[in-house]
Design a protein around this ligand. Structure first.
Ligand SMILES: NC(=O)N[C@@H](CC(=O)O)C(=O)O
Ligand SMILES: [Zn+2]
Length: 431
């Protein structure tokens, strides 16, 4: 028995097709105007008025397990992903212990696979314990299924170590996924070094903390030839550096988060903890440069940087709250409502940035809908409107600045390898 999804508007091979889609044995078996359901063999789902797109891909997620299960677990984080329409995520290694060895990569792969909500690809640490002192066992982690290496949460301060990391990653044909931050320049800053930091009389994080390290790394990426991916780009200077590097043929890709695309330092308000993330929200000029960078291809993909923390931690205020906000369950509706509906970008562009593009830059065999491919799908109701309510999140993290925002474009069903992994109707029934 398989599934027939009827009357959906299907995004397949770069065009829209209204019709039926048959899933059997985890694969897309047919896409046709009208499919027969002989002897009522298959489960039928009505998707009239909904779009069916490739399952979303988020290459920057913090699942927190092991070590910070009070913030999130593999189970709650992957459920949150499925609820957000995601079918594939990359998990960052800043756990406790840090994911810096083959065994932990195996642990994450096996546990997430057994749960089965979404596909999880682990990112291993660049350095032992993310201490920035010696290289971790990159080869061993690759063998167990790591898809890249990152010390995310921290920048790699030592230039010599970064060179070694890039050379090793290049030999292994693996990407370096970089959180760029000069810790001396960032200092004890809590938000962008700008107007709001002045008004609130708190220390700021200058854009230089990001782009000067990025500039160093881009030169090293050029000389080593490694695939160098930049996490959560936040400043206009970084966008320009990446643009120049790409023009020179450097093997660089980049991501931007929904919050850096939609918010600036001017939006920062109580509860301040919910506006504290790293890198910080910057200025309107930076925000517009990020949108422009996406549109002209300088920035390749959108990633959430889903960073759950407990409400207690976030209530400590601007100075003491940890950096990070959640993103999995609001990403698509936020981007659809505030970029597509406002006609800044097209729906098709948005779909590219969260499906085909991330798959392409990391060489994953997902991100497309076509007969013969695995059935990883998101069914989305573009007309459904709802305001963001963290109480309803599957994530343990309720730390979002978007509470109360009325959004359109909510996922209603997520299918992973042919199995329904989350369904709004079922959730509503038991709510
Ligand atoms: N982005 C954040 O503000 N925080 C992330 C770390 C990171 O992605 O840099 C976290 O792990 O909480
Ligand atoms: Zn980071």
């Amino acid at each position: 028995m398989g599934i027939i999804i009827r009357h959906g508007k299907i995004w397949s091979k770069n065009q829209w097709f209204i019709g039926d889609l048959l899933i059997e044995k985890g694969m897309i078996q047919a896409i046709e105007q009208k499919l027969d359901n002989k002897n009522h063999l298959h489960q039928v789902i009505d998707a009239k008025g909904k779009i069916i797109i490739p399952g979303l891909i988020d290459i920057h997620v913090h699942l927190r397990e092991p070590g910070f299960e009070q913030k999130e677990t593999i189970e709650t984080g992957t459920k949150a992903a499925a609820k957000g329409g995601f079918t594939t995520i990359f998990a960052m290694p800043n756990t406790n212990p840090v994911m810096d060895c083959p065994d932990l990569i195996t642990f994450l792969k096996e546990k997430s696979k057994a749960l089965g909500y979404v596909k999880v690809y682990p990112i291993g640490a660049i350095t032992h314990k993310q201490e920035g002192k010696e290289l971790a066992n990159l080869l061993g982690m690759k063998k167990q299924g790591a898809v890249g290496f990152s010390d995310d949460g921290k920048g790699v301060q030592s230039t010599s170590l970064m060179i070694k990391a890039m050379e090793t990653a290049k030999l292994l044909d693996m990407p370096i996924i970089a959180h760029v931050e000069d810790h001396h320049l960032a200092g004890k800053g809590v938000i962008h070094m700008g107007e709001t930091a002045k008004q609130l009389q708190v220390q700021g994080i200058p854009s230089e903390a990001e782009y000067l390290q990025l500039e160093r790394d881009l030169m090293l990426a050029e000389s080593t030839g490694v695939h160098y991916h930049v996490c959560h780009v936040s400043s206009k200077e970084s966008v320009q550096l990446i643009r120049n590097a790409k023009a020179k043929g450097v093997n660089v890709t980049a991501e931007v988060t929904p919050h850096h695309l939609l918010l600036t330092e001017k939006d920062i308000q109580p509860p301040y903890g919910h506006y504290k993330m790293n890198p910080p929200l910057r200025t309107e000029e930076d925000r517009l440069a990020l949108i422009e960078g996406l549109i002209d291809g300088t920035i390749d993909v959108i990633a959430t940087d889903h960073a759950p923390h407990t409400e207690d931690e976030k209530q400590r205020g601007l100075l003491d709250a940890p950096f990070g906000i959640v993103g999995l369950e609001t990403a698509f509706p936020l981007l659809y409502t505030h970029l597509v509906m406002k006609k800044l970008v097209s729906l098709e562009q948005l779909i590219e940035w969260v499906t085909r593009k991330p798959a392409e830059i990391f060489g994953l065999q997902v991100g497309e809908i076509a007969v013969g491919l695995p059935a990883d799908l998101a069914v989305i109701d573009l007309e459904q409107s709802k305001s963001v309510d963290p109480v309803t999140f599957a994530s343990k993290g309720k730390n979002t600045p978007f509470t109360g925002w009325n959004l359109y474009g909510w996922p209603v069903m997520t299918i992973v390898e042919g199995k329904i992994s989350w369904e709004q109707e079922v959730e509503n029934r038991y709510a």
